[in-house]
Design a protein around this ligand. Structure first.
Ligand SMILES: C[S@@+](CC[C@H](N)C(=O)[O-])C[C@H]1O[C@@H](n2cnc3c(N)ncnc32)[C@H](O)[C@@H]1O
Length: 411
């Protein structure tokens, strides 16, 4: 039986709390999918929308090779850091490496006066630490692949700054609330917090894999799922959950880390390129008949809706989403081996009173791309939907019903 994708309480503690992430699915769901098929020895699982790395964690525990991809470099770092392969090294040499970083940071902090004046204290120290981590750890990053050890140290920096600066999630899970930078943050405070968080996060990682001997490969790519650096017909199963069409900006939940790392432009860039973004292109993407009849009907209803901006902003937004979906599903088809399946968790949404049955649209699109079968293997009514975050959404239709379905498409 395929388990619910809803996360349980145990997935809101330990390494799951390294970053505030509301969009993750459950480990029991991933496990039940992996167990539902007899995978060949050496099989490779792909999650093209990896997020916090749930698929990777379960695959490692099950000794199954896994590749994850995410367009957001911060999420890719967190996912890559959740790797069993670095535990021994971190326990042996992790603290001495951290001390080397700390010594270099203290030595260069005097030199960065100009940096501090232009970027501000917090951002200067944040960037300085990331730069020193980069220099201290040998560069094993190539072809979009994140180095897990480096990613662990990056993740400690993200965690520490979020904690020290008291950055919390707002009522909308993608918004972050900056409660105002705490005055008087000095380098010594940051460095001692870093030591403390390093030990905590290493203990959580060690604890998570306690007693498990992992021999499988785990790789995280920071790339666009529409252009995966993966060979044709090389993947044995896909387990994933795409961004939904609920006007949630996935990049916003890591706005703080993105902005600290790459500035406001860098953050906007990731946001713009993420699927499901609320930003829209200047020129609307052209409709493609292969997106299918259900998609066309939804688009026609949106474009002809009498509410403001339906035929401008909103239609462009939906066209961009479906254009991205089609490219991503075509890429999934390309990398899957013949006869193999992709399992996707998908939720419906509404535009005003118009229902957008996203799962049906994905199924129809999959058929047009060449997948032979699309089955709904589980469905459940969802109570709290992110589509309801907008209080005005109930003006158009009370009692909107939200479903989360798990679909399986087979090549
Ligand atoms: C629903 S979440 C996945 C959650 C994941 N299943 C977990 O358990 O954490 C969707 C993810 O897709 C990523 N994403 C959005 N557009 C993308 C793209 N074009 N290529 C790759 N990843 C993308 C977002 O950054 C987000 O992390």
């Amino acid at each position: 039986m395929i388990c619910s994708a809803k996360r349980g309480k145990n997935e809101r503690q330990g390494l799951h709390m390294w970053h505030p992430y509301y969009a993750g699915y459950s480990e029991s769901f991933v496990l039940s999918v992996l167990k539902s098929e007899k995978l060949a020895q050496g099989a490779v699982i792909l999650d093209p929308w990896m997020g916090s790395g749930t698929t990777g964690l379960v695959c490692q525990k099950e000794n199954i090779n896994c590749i994850g991809a995410d367009i957001n470099p911060i999420m890719s770092r967190f996912a890559a850091a959740k790797s069993h392969s670095i535990i021994a090294k971190l326990n042996d040499e992790g603290l001495p490496i951290l001390e080397r970083v700390i010594i270099k940071c203290k030595a260069s902090s005097q030199l960065s006066k100009y940096y501090i004046e232009t970027l501000g204290v917090e951002m200067s120290y944040f960037r300085l630490l990331i730069k020193i981590i980069d220099e201290t750890l040998p560069d094993k990053e190539h072809d979009f692949e994140m180095d897990s050890l480096k990613s662990f140290y990056y993740s400690v920096v993200y965690f520490t700054f979020r904690r020290l600066l008291d950055i919390k999630s707002g009522s909308n899970p993608t918004w972050v609330v900056n409660n105002g930078f705490k005055a008087g943050l000095i380098l010594d405070d940051i460095l001692s917090a870093l030591r403390c968080d390093f030990s905590l996060m290493l203990a959580q990682l060690t604890n998570y894999f306690n007693g498990v001997s992992v021999r499988s490969r785990y790789k995280v790519l920071n790339c666009d799922c529409k252009k995966l650096p993966i060979e044709n017909n090389s993947i044995d199963m896909i387990v994933t959950s795409p961004p939904y069409l609920t006007r949630i900006d996935y990049a916003a939940s890591t706005k703080f880390e993105l902005q600290m790392s790459f500035g406001l432009d860098g953050y906007q860039q990731v946001r713009k390129n993420s699927m499901g973004t609320t930003t829209v292109p200047k020129i609307a993407d052209p409709f493609n008949a292969l997106w299918g009849g259900i998609c066309l009907k939804v688009l026609e209803q949106v474009a002809s809706h009498n509410s403001r901006a339906s035929d401008t902003y909103y239609i462009k937004n939906k066209l961009r989403y479906f254009s991205d979906t089609f490219s991503a599903m075509s890429e999934i088809y390309r990398v899957l081996r013949d006869g193999c399946s992709a399992y996707l968790v998908i939720q419906n949404s509404y535009y005003k009173e118009i229902e957008i049955p996203l799962y049906d649209i994905y199924c129809e699109m999959a058929g047009n791309i060449g997948f032979s079968v699309c089955d709904v293997i589980r469905e459940e009514k969802v109570r709290a939907s992110f589509g309801k975050i907008n209080p005005k959404s109930s003006l158009y239709l009370k009692d909107k019903v939200y479903y989360e379905k798990i679909i399986r498409v087979t090549k």
